[in-house]
Ligand binder design. Sequence first.
Ligand code: NAP
Length: 166
Amino acid sequence: MYMATTPNGIIAKKDDDTSFVSDVEWRNFRRMIKSTGNMIIGRRTYEIMRGNKEFRGLEKIPVIIVSKKLQKTLNQRHHIVRSPKDAVAFLKKQGFKKALVAGGSKNNSSFLKENIIDEIYLDVEPTIIGKGIPLFQANIESRLKLIGIRKLSRNEIQLHYKVLKK
Ligand SMILES: NC(=O)c1ccc[n+]([C@@H]2O[C@H](COP(=O)([O-])OP(=O)(O)OC[C@H]3O[C@@H](n4cnc5c(N)ncnc54)[C@H](OP(=O)(O)O)[C@@H]3O)[C@@H](O)[C@H]2O)c1
């Protein structure tokens, strides 16, 4: 899983504004997507990214959208699956050994709850937002082991965790 977050665990404002995310982070995120070769996102994140034309430059990347509602996409590389397990099965079938889960809050929570997340990368942005969309939903709890810290810029760090599976 890879996310940009405020130090207090907010990934977007209530109105989905993510303008606190820097260009450095955004470039880093896109590099990670390209190196994994795929991305799994929840239906709301998909709709927001599509609306903002954020798939530009990622045309070759299969995007797996987790949704019970969505019926079709207009792009043949954008695939709908009905659950986190189906997302993993789909990518395995395509020959992928790794998958990148990239939000949002509900989707992250579904994957963590099902014990599917092995590692978490958090790019911490230097902004506090009191109210907004959290990294995970309120009922989620998980133990982590810190396996790396990287400075992305003068003002940003990346935390890298391993998820200690139950
Ligand atoms: N800071 C960052 O790095 C970052 C990254 C990504 C997103 N975001 C932000 O996060 C926000 C979106 O997060 P969100 O929690 O509202 O939405 P989300 O997680 O992107 O999407 C939620 C939807 O995903 C589907 N879903 C999730 N778990 C599922 C499961 N177990 N089975 C089937 N479908 C499942 C459902 O779709 P259906 O309702 O269609 O069934 C659900 O309504 C946006 O503001 C976005 O900008 C921030």
